[in-house]
Design a protein around this ligand. Structure first.
Ligand code: PHE
Length: 339
């Protein structure tokens, strides 16, 4: 068989001119280099060629293959540069990808909402550190040196030493009440502050306890503050936060830094039909113990004050019907997106 290699090369060069996209380029490749393509045919014809012809046919086939390969490589660059994303027509009617918008965590929302109620009542927001001294967390609050809550069992102690007290370690505050000591040693009455923040206790974790939770401390000091002011303030707060029909009760209690002291419970409809108690404790409170005023250096007999420490998780649980405190920390978006 006779091949006109010059003519075949010219034809290939001419044909590539009309190739404009990836699809026609592939057809071109198959026509020349495919299994049943022209180059393969030429090689097949070697079988029936005379010994004299074989050399020329082999060389012709190889030259053609090299030419076609080069033409394809060259064309590929042009075709793919045409297909860069920017060179495509943009379909402006296509719906866009909606980004996932985050929002504040339910505990942040609850904290802010509680603080706002007190801010409207004239309280000022303060913050204290989570790493505290034993003095601010205990001693300054009249919690005696042998009080069980000082035990490592009920408090997370750090390896770090307290540089202000020899032999004492720093700790993770177990309540926001050290904020009382900080505020009173820095400011003279009259004062009204709320102090939100994280607190830590090595409690066994269950549906209503966690080793870390959030509290909001309240402190009001002035002349003539009475227990009825404390009751009135907290009752008004609960009505604003839970609604006017909220069922609450003050239950006598003991705290070393308030005298007298009480705890407030809210009727927990969320536990109806379960084995859980129908009341949920939300805060401890009382009249500031004069011993704490003495720590702050206030002159005796002039000021009285009220204080309370509220659990934020519990407030959110009652408000939204959440029965398990652990859900706040699992970061399951199916839970978080509900609030
Ligand atoms: N700090 C107490 C607690 O965590 C609560 C409290 C605060 C009680 C202020 C009285 C006054 O249990």
């Amino acid at each position: 068989m006779h091949w006109d290699f010059q003519q075949l090369q010219d034809a290939a060069r001419q044909e590539i001119e009309s190739v404009t996209d990836a699809h026609s380029l592939e057809s071109f490749r198959l026509k020349y280099l495919g299994k049943k393509g022209l180059v393969a045919d030429i090689f097949l014809s070697l079988a029936s060629a005379s010994a004299a012809e074989k050399g020329a046919i082999g060389k012709g086939a190889n030259d053609l293959r090299h030419l076609v390969t080069a033409l394809i490589t060259d064309k590929q660059k042009k075709v793919s540069s045409q297909q860069r994303p920017g060179s495509h027509r943009i379909d402006v009617t296509m719906p866009g990808a909606v980004p996932n918008l985050g929002h504040r965590h339910i505990l942040t929302q609850t904290t802010e909402e509680i603080c706002q109620v007190f801010e409207k009542l004239g309280f000022v927001l303060e913050e204290g550190p989570e790493v505290e001294t034993e003095f601010n967390n205990f001693t300054g609050l009249n919690i005696p040196i042998d009080h069980p809550s000082r035990d490592a069992f009920d408090t997370f102690y750090l390896q770090a030493s307290d540089l202000t007290a020899k032999g004492r370690k720093l700790l993770l505050r177990s309540h926001t009440s050290p904020g009382q000591v900080r505020v009173m040693t820095a400011h003279k009455p009259p004062l009204a502050v709320i102090i939100p923040g994280r607190v830590y206790r090595p409690d066994a974790v269950d549906a209503s306890h966690s080793f870390m939770f959030h509290q909001i401390e309240g402190l009001l000091v002035d002349k003539n503050i009475k227990f009825s002011d404390l009751k009135g303030l907290l009752t008004e707060f609960c009505r604003r936060f839970f609604g006017p029909s909220v069922k609450m009760r003050f239950r006598p209690h003991y705290f070393p830094f308030t005298e007298p002291s009480a705890e407030v419970d809210i009727a927990a409809d969320i536990f109806k039909g379960t084995s859980r108690k129908p009341w949920l404790e939300i805060l401890g409170c009382g009249m500031v113990n004069p011993k704490v005023f003495a720590v702050a250096g206030y002159p005796p007999g002039i000021y009285t004050g009220l204080a309370f420490g509220m659990g934020v998780e519990r407030m959110a649980m009652l408000r939204h019907g959440i029965r398990d405190i652990r859900m706040f920390y699992e970061n399951d978006v199916r839970f978080l997106n509900q609030f």
